[in-house]
Design a protein around this ligand. Structure first.
Ligand code: FRU
Length: 491
């Protein structure tokens, strides 16, 4: 359906309880719904927000428009987990119900402070003339999950930034609170990072300045900036919209990039000794708005929206859209950022139903379905194709075209089923080491695939929309490989 502005921004009170129930049923019963990843209970989901550890639980909120597959007035939905894999839905946490967030409780972060969780986010307000004011807002959540918003905004955009000034990440360094924001400069309409400081949190915020990350091109707007310490390395994860393809290559409509540095000096503010080149965080088709944070024990975790702005997905027809990636642990080794599944992902395996293979198999499993994990090691100097979610004729499915002689892995979703964002290509090409074996750990969840390459050296995430009866996993020619396929239990 076509949504008018009036429909997208009308108050949640305008919808009946029955409408919401119907939408929830639609989202829950869609055969293409994911079964072991976070997904919207209804309507559209986008950025993960407020990823944190508080009161003995992991907390993850997400941007939601619960009433359909459109970017309507956004709120924060709340979920909690004990293991970063099984998430319990606690429903609406931050509603767009004040003057300051009237047109959306936009993205932000959360931090446990004392015995409460502080939520910091952007309130999207539109004036009668439809001018946007991005208020940076605060709220406290207590141990019972009750949220109380601060009465006044923490700050707004100063004149040297346009209305595109949002997504604060609340940080703490040397007794100071800092908020890292994505911004667009008024001068030249270019993207940048902006840092604010306060010692009091609920007030006293002032601008420290733009963060020098050592890049001259950050597109026309930086969204969802995140700083995280990964094994002693400073890592900045962000979405530079409109980035020149010559600055860093990417194929998705908007990229999700990262930079690493020796440290983040928040007083300067600058990244110290940053990488000269930014890198795609995910080499697949659909990852955006990744949020990362350091857990109390220092481990860095990241989670992403699997979906892209300005993109339609086939489930829009069923009034829901988008999912959240599995949580990944981040590590920095030998000068490289690794992303790996968290330990508890292995608890989802049906071990007694595993299929093991070794030698030169072709058929791995005729009826693997679309809810499994596959670990496979392909020997060096092999060229071939691995079919996933394939039909009997082996014509439809997601194809992994590997060449361990020359060092290339091509992920091809052209023949998977209903198309998605074909304007931005139907393949993604990963460079892998030549003349070496290739290790893949991949997760399939009905319309989502996450592919970890060489122990998380690279990750490629994609949505695909295949007929659910397509469940074949096969090499299309004899290949020297070993591996295991586990059916996965639903969460
Ligand atoms: C990124 C984004 C954020 C914004 C939010 C609104 O996807 O545009 O910049 O806060 O989504 O839902």
């Amino acid at each position: 359906m076509e949504w008018t502005r009036q429909q997208r921004y009308q108050s949640y009170d305008q919808y009946s309880a029955q409408t919401l129930l119907d939408l929830q049923r639609q989202a829950a019963t869609d055969p293409k719904q994911v079964r072991y990843h976070l997904h919207p209970s209804s309507g559209l989901l986008n950025d993960p927000n407020g990823f944190s550890y508080f009161n003995g639980l992991w907390h993850l909120f997400y941007q939601s428009f619960p009433f359909g597959a459109t970017h309507g007035v956004k709120s924060w939905m709340h979920t909690v987990s004990e293991d970063l894999v099984h998430w319990r839905d606690l429903g609406l946490a931050v509603a767009p119900d004040t003057e300051f967030d009237s047109h959306g409780a936009y993205s932000g972060s959360a931090k446990a402070i004392g015995n409460r969780l502080f939520l910091m986010y952007t309130g999207n307000h539109r004036t009668k003339d439809w001018e946007r004011i991005p208020y940076q807002l605060g709220a406290w959540m207590n141990k019972n999950g009750q949220v109380e918003k601060l009465a006044q905004p923490l700050f707004v955009n100063p004149p040297h930034f346009t209305e595109h000034f949002r997504d604060p990440q609340l940080l703490e360094q040397d007794g100071h609170y800092y908020a890292l924001l994505g911004a667009q400069k008024t001068d030249g309409k270019v993207g940048t990072f902006d840092l604010w400081e306060s010692t009091q949190l609920e007030e006293g915020w002032h601008e420290v300045g733009e963060v020098n990350v050592g890049q001259s091109d950050l597109g026309y707007m930086v969204e969802c900036p995140n700083y995280v310490d990964v094994d002693g390395r400073a890592v900045m994860i962000f979405c530079p919209q409109g980035l020149d393809q010559a600055t860093a290559s990417y194929q998705n409509i908007y990229p999700n990039m990262y930079l690493t540095a020796d440290s983040f000096d928040m007083t300067a503010p600058q990244l110290v000794n940053p990488d000269p080149q930014m890198t795609n965080l995910d080499e697949g088709f659909d990852v955006y708005a990744t949020q990362a944070f350091n857990a109390p024990d220092g481990t860095a975790y990241a989670v992403s929206w699997v979906g892209l702005p300005d993109t339609t997905y086939p489930t829009d027809e069923n009034n829901w859209a988008n999912v959240i990636s599995q949580v990944k642990e981040l590590h920095y080794k030998n000068g490289h950022l690794y992303q790996t599944p968290v330990k508890a992902m292995a608890d989802l395996r049906h071990t007694h139903r595993a299929t093991m293979f070794t030698g030169t198999p072709t058929m791995i499993k005729e009826d693997a379905g679309q809810q499994f994990e596959l670990q496979v090691t392909i020997e060096q100097d092999q060229k071939g194709r691995l079919l996933l979610v394939g039909d009997e004729a082996q014509e439809h499915g997601v194809f992994l075209n590997f060449d361990t002689e020359n060092g290339q892995l091509v992920i091809d979703r052209a023949m998977a089923g209903q198309p998605v964002a074909e304007d931005h290509g139907t393949t993604r090409i990963l460079t892998i080491p030549a003349h070496q074996s290739l290790k893949i750990d991949l997760f399939v969840d009905h319309s989502l695939m996450e592919i970890f390459v060489n122990d998380g050296y690279q990750v490629a995430t994609l949505r695909y929309f295949a007929d659910q009866s397509h469940g074949q996993v096969a090499f299309l020619s004899p290949t020297n490989a070993t591996g295991t396929l586990w059916p996965i239990k639903p969460c």
